[in-house]
Design a protein around this ligand. Structure first.
Ligand SMILES: Cc1cc2nc3c(=O)[nH]c(=O)nc-3n(C[C@H](O)[C@H](O)[C@H](O)COP(=O)(O)O)c2cc1C
Length: 189
């Protein structure tokens, strides 16, 4: 097979490579600690299995860090695209000085298995417990296990959004259904 007009790959700055592998969707992490609920924005995370298990990178400079390390629980919420500007603002202020639920017009709802609240406006909420901290010191990487999941049946916007990592975002677009080709994985879909 002859290939024509194939552009040569151009080296990309290694310290920017996270921008093309950064996973999505952007998450809100809800915590409850010392009588106070808080939210932070997280885009560095990884799906680790169908349990569901996921890893989040949450640095010690965040107010939420003490809440997560000391309570060992949180809610992972998936915000809709029409809350994008608020989600960015939530990731640019601290729970130490800002009461983020009322400040950003978000509604805390009681969870069942953890003290951190669900975020009513979000598309999904996953109550989680920290199940592994072995990579926290080196990578700020907490492994979470979902214990109960929630879905918003009437969202104002059903699209989630993804962070590129440089202050730009990608809103979910077309959904392509290839379930008929998932012959080996019928039990999973
Ligand atoms: C789009 C976006 C993505 C972010 N992703 C992360 C992340 O993956 N890990 C992290 O530790 N902080 C991340 N941050 C920063 C925190 O959300 C930010 O430090 C926030 O103010 C922490 O809130 P807190 O101090 O109330 O916990 C992100 C911020 C934005 C705007």
């Amino acid at each position: 097979m002859t290939r024509k007009n194939i552009a040569q790959q151009v080296e990309f700055p290694l310290n920017r490579a996270f921008t093309f592998v950064e996973s999505g969707p952007v998450l809100l992490i809800s915590t409850h600690h010392n009588g106070k609920s808080n939210l932070m924005t997280v885009s560095c995370h990884a799906s680790m299995g169908f349990e569901p298990t996921l890893g989040i990178c949450l640095g010690p400079w965040n107010f939420s860090y003490a809440a997560l390390t000391e309570t060992g629980e949180c809610v992972v919420a998936i915000p809709p695209a029409n809350l994008m500007a608020h989600v960015v603002d939530i990731g640019n202020c601290s729970g130490e000085t800002t009461d983020k639920f009322p400040e950003f017009g978000l509604t805390p709802q009681p969870a069942v298995d953890v003290k951190a609240p669900l975020v009513a406006e979000c598309l999904y909420n996953l109550e989680c417990r920290v199940v592994n901290r072995s990579l926290v010191n080196e990578y700020n990487f907490f492994v979470l296990r979902g214990v109960r999941a929630w879905h918003n049946p009437a969202p104002t916007d059903a699209r989630s959004f993804h962070a590129v990592g440089d202050g730009t975002f990608i809103i979910d677009g077309e959904v392509v259904n290839l379930r008929r080709k998932m012959t080996k994985w019928q039990d999973c879909i």
